[in-house]
Structure formats: structure tokens, C-alpha cells
Design a protein around this ligand. Structure first.
Ligand code: COA
Length: 254
């Protein structure tokens, strides 16, 4: 049914696993659309009480959008990618079934953005978070400038966004980026248990809470602004140098 994700029902829990371990679960366009289709399907069925998103293996949740895929994109193609990806990330954020990110390693760029679109983030001790897009001559393009500021506050968000620094799980916990840090062995059981606890709460009340919280941010024009800024950068030399440097496994020279 899907080429880049695995989705399994385990009782009242739906587990979505990003299945590109050889590329550190980098998010290509089709993969993001598959997640979107699955979120739509689950929200129509309403047969599960919680959705867990994780990455295959013990090294990465997702190491970002697939740089090789977009390295030759025009501004127009970049805008389409960012807009369509944003629609999926909004679907996750608006899902009436809670979505939990089980962050099992690198959550960088689009990976960090995906985790932030989820309602709850639980990290393993080896998890690493960051928005390293400035290394590529870009800002984030899947809502990272907005959600990171919403979740950890403007000061820390700007620090992470402009420095491209990676933070470990303990720092992410102290920033409020994750709710809990557990060992890699405990990660899945902790998230599954989280969903089982939700089974004792009212689904309609949970859905209402999600809608109320999201309403606080619904007038935000920053997401559209980010999409435009992201795509315009694709016409600039820094983008060519940044992506080429990644592909050639060298440091960029801006
Ligand atoms: N897009 C495409 N491919 C990616 C990727 C991404 N975001 N992140 C990792 N990969 C690929 C690598 O190119 C490599 O492929 P290869 O074996 O065919 O050469 C493979 O995944 C393993 O990654 P590698 O870089 O060799 O692992 P590492 O342990 O040395 O480094 C990271 C891990 C996460 C530090 C490094 O992969 C990285 O910096 N990734 C990009 C992070 C990023 O900029 N994300 C934002 C994108 S918008």
C-alpha cells in the first residue's frame, strides 16, 4: 500500500514507521504524502486511540527532507514541495486522534519539523534535534521557524535556527521540546503505554482540546511567509553551494 512507510495496527495503537533507514529516514516528497494519506484514513476510521510516528532503526527519526531530491529544484518546485508538505504537517497537527512522535535518533530539519507537528514528543536518550537548513542556504520549509518558536520560545528558537546547532535529548527536555526522555529500549513501550492511558479519556474531549489549542495559533501568517522565503532561496547561489557541499560531503563555502 505504501512504498516509504510501514503502518501497523496494534490494538488501539497505530504505528507509522518511516522506512528509509539507509538514508537516515530522510523525508522525500512521496513519503510525506504517504503519511498524509494514512493520517486521513485513520481519522476517517476512528478505530485507534493514538498514532505513533517513528523512524526505522536506532539512528534516526528522520534526518531531514531529502536533500538529493530537491537539490536541483526551481523556486516553483520548491514552493510546491513546501506547500504540499505543509498541508500534511497541518493534517497531523489537526488530527483528532493524538499523534505521538517517538524520536529515536536524529530529528533534523524536516524530521524535527515532523516531530513538532505531532501533539506529543517522547525522545530516546540518543535523540538529537536541530534545524540545520542554514548550512544549505535555506530557512526551514515545513513550518520549522513557526513551530519551534511556538514550542520553545523565540530566543531559543532563533539560537537553534541561526546557529544550526544540534541539541541532545536532555537539552530538548529542558527546552520543553520533548515531554519525556527514555532509553531506546523503553521508547516504543512508553509511547504505546501513553496511548493506552488515552483509552480511559473521552475521545471527543481530546479532539476538542486539540482544536482549542490549535486555534490559539490559527491566525498565524508566518507559515505562508516561510514557504515564500524558502522557495525564493532556491534561486540564490548559497542554496546551490549548500546542497552541492552536502552531496560532495564537504563544508559549504558561502
Ligand atoms: N537527505 C538526503 N540524504 C540524507 C539526508 C538528507 N537529509 N541525511 C542523511 N542522508 C543520507 C546520506 O547522504 C548518506 O547516504 P549515502 O550512504 O548514500 O552517502 C546516508 O543518509 C547516511 O548519512 P551519513 O551522512 O553518511 O551519516 P552520518 O552518521 O555521517 O551523519 C547526519 C549523520 C545526520 C549528521 C548527516 O547525515 C546530516 O547532516 N544529514 C543532513 C541533515 C540536514 O541537513 N537536514 C536538513 C535537510 S533540509
Amino acid at each position: 500500500m505504501y512504498s516509504h512507510i510501514i503502518s501497523e495496527k496494534q490494538g488501539i495503537v497505530q504505528l507509522i514507521t518511516i522506512d528509509r533507514e539507509h538514508k537516515l529516514n530522510a523525508l522525500n516528497i512521496e513519503l510525506i504524502q504517504e503519511i498524509g494519506r494514512e493520517i486521513d484514513r485513520l481519522n476517517k476510521e476512528q478505530s485507534v486511540r493514538g498514532i505513533i510516528i517513528t523512524g526505522k532503526g536506532n539512528k534516526a527519526f528522520a534526518a531531514g527532507a531529502d536533500i538529493a531530491e530537491f537539490s536541483n529544484f526551481s523556486a516553483e518546485e520548491a514552493k510546491e514541495m513546501s506547500t504540499n508538505g505543509g498541508i500534511v504537517f497541518n493534517k497531523i497537527e489537526q488530527s483528532s486522534i493524538p499523534v505521538i512522535a517517538a524520536v529515536n535518533g536524529f530529528a533534523l530539519g524536516g524530521g524535527c519539523e515532523l516531530s513538532m507537528a505531532c501533539h506529543v514528543r517522547v525522545a530516546s536518550e540518543n535523540a538529537k534535534f536541530g534545524q540545520p537548513e542554514v548550512n544549505l542556504g535555506l530557512p526551514p520549509g515545513y513550518g520549522g521557524t513557526q513551530r519551534l518558536s511556538q514550542i520553545i520560545g523565540k530566543g531559543r528558537a532563533l539560537d537553534m535556527l541561526i546557529s544550526a546547532k544540534t541539541i541532545d535529548a536532555t537539552t530538548a527536555l529542558s527546552y520543553g521540546l520533548v515531554s519525556q526522555v527514555v532509553t531506546i529500549e523503553e521508547l516504543m513501550n512508553t509511547c504505546i503505554q501513553y496511548v493506552h492511558n488515552l483509552a480511559h479519556k473521552s475521545p471527543i474531549a481530546i479532539e476538542t482540546v486539540i482544536k482549542c489549542v490549535n486555534t490559539m495559533y490559527s491566525e498565524n501568517k508566518g507559515f505562508d511567509y516561510e514557504i515564500n522565503q524558502f522557495s525564493e532561496c532556491f534561486e540564490l547561489p548559497d542554496f546551490k553551494e549548500g546542497t552541492q557541499a552536502f552531496i560532495e560531503k564537504r563544508k559549504p563555502n558561502f
